[in-house]
Ligand binder design. Sequence first.
Ligand code: NAG
Ligand code: NAG
Ligand code: NAG
Ligand code: NAG
Ligand code: NAG
Ligand code: NAG
Ligand code: NAG
Length: 424
Amino acid sequence: MAIALSLCLATLAAWMALAPAATAATAFSPSFSAVNSTVAPAGLPPQAVFVNPQSFAVLGTNGSFRESATASTLNPTNTSAPFFQVFHPDFVTKILGLSASIRVVASNPGFAFAHEAPIWVPATDEVFFASNGGGALGFSDIDHNNQVAKISLGEVARAADASRSKTTPLNVTVTSLALPETVQMTNGGTGPFHGQLVLVNSGRGSLPSNLVLVDPASPSNTTVLLDNFYGRQFNSLNDVKIHKQTGLIYFTDSVYGYLNQFRSGPLLQPFVYLFDPTTGRVKVAADGFDKPNGIALSEDGKTAFVSDTGIINGVFGVNQTEPSTIYQYDIDQKSGVLTNRRVFAFVDSGVPDGIQIDAQGNVYSGCGDGVHVWDATGTLLGKFFLNTSGANMAFAGKGRLVIMAETAVYLAEVEAGGFDLSYP
Ligand SMILES: *[C@@H]1O[C@H](CO)[C@@H](O)[C@H](O)[C@H]1NC(C)=O
Ligand SMILES: *[C@@H]1O[C@H](CO)[C@@H](O)[C@H](O)[C@H]1NC(C)=O
Ligand SMILES: *[C@@H]1O[C@H](CO)[C@@H](O)[C@H](O)[C@H]1NC(C)=O
Ligand SMILES: *[C@@H]1O[C@H](CO)[C@@H](O)[C@H](O)[C@H]1NC(C)=O
Ligand SMILES: *[C@@H]1O[C@H](CO)[C@@H](O)[C@H](O)[C@H]1NC(C)=O
Ligand SMILES: *[C@@H]1O[C@H](CO)[C@@H](O)[C@H](O)[C@H]1NC(C)=O
Ligand SMILES: *[C@@H]1O[C@H](CO)[C@@H](O)[C@H](O)[C@H]1NC(C)=O
């Protein structure tokens, strides 16, 4: 009893020592921001609508509630996609600016040619990307590879000028790449790394999943950097980023090759891996996932974001109680592993697929109804609302966000910009 009491007193003393910190925490504000987030921003760009979160905080007894993340979207406006849903004034002041615009720049209603792996190559001002591997309108399966292609942003600019409009849909040339057999079911990309595209490929049938470098210039010379973990094939690599300070390559390995029926059952846990291309060494950087998917590393190399798209089970359907979540980590500066996992954001629509970070540290993810944007504290600022899935996106320098939306590529012209993802 006495021991219990002294422990109790010690706990109380420790708690009292912490009291000043608790007082400081009263600065905690539900808006997480200096501005009053319930007040509409002073101005809005033409394609934006302010949606005060208070306006749908209570749907009421007979409210029309959504039953799932995938069957419907939230759009409490009368505006048709594409447009900007502004949930917080900072979306306008910090991301969009007052003359933002968004439109389709390439489309093919019959082919999901623009799914993931967006890579901006500054030298030629082109954006590379991959078609959907194994999913709807992907025209790829265990017997058929998917496609890597590119568009020219110079051609987009010329077509935009000719259109004399900021909203008219454009349709620029999509040029596919002739890649070797080693590149199967590309799903993730980043770089350039020493001038080369970095692609992660899911593999197809018994053809291994791998990490490759591809020359962005014709004839697309390709070098395989890694296709196994100490002799064991990966399940189906999904996404990749380069750590700016060290040139180490982080990639996710998920189970979508199996769930979309072009790979056999998983034989490894779904991990985030860390690869050193200068030594060939590979190790696990994080575990504990359902389906790790997108990954992004902060510009200072200290923080990582990994999405878990657990609810999407490919041909086995959707399970609303699995993760649809972006986790945030510290990157251990000695070992490179991801530590201190915490929830950054859970998304209301579809899953958070690819993740990108802008030069101000805001976080973007491709979700079921378009691209969602959070500030560094995880407050949802707004959406590039497409009313359809936009799996990934890439900043092409400052002011241009190129969004992959399966059968279409969108260009949003905004004030925010990306940081340089290339290495060195
Ligand atoms: C924010 O503005 C609204 C509308 O003017 C006001 O009712 C509310 O009290 C303000 N909240 C804060 C925290 O200032
Ligand atoms: C909800 O709907 C029921 C049945 O139509 C109706 O009787 C009731 O008044 C409605 N409640 C509200 C708050 O609108
Ligand atoms: C949408 O339009 C309807 C019908 O004109 C109107 O009653 C409603 O208030 C509008 N909703 C919004 C959010 O503007
Ligand atoms: C979203 O898509 C659905 C289904 O195609 C359509 O009925 C609805 O009008 C669209 N909403 C907007 C805001 O574009
Ligand atoms: C855009 O051009 C491609 C290639 O010519 C064509 O397949 C596609 O249907 C066009 N998109 C639209 C919306 O017409
Ligand atoms: C691409 O590969 C071919 C065949 O190996 C080689 O002749 C050519 O020099 C390479 N091109 C570049 C730019 O590396
Ligand atoms: C959905 O996922 C949860 C959590 O993993 C699991 O307990 C449940 O059995 C799953 N439901 C179905 C229908 O598979």
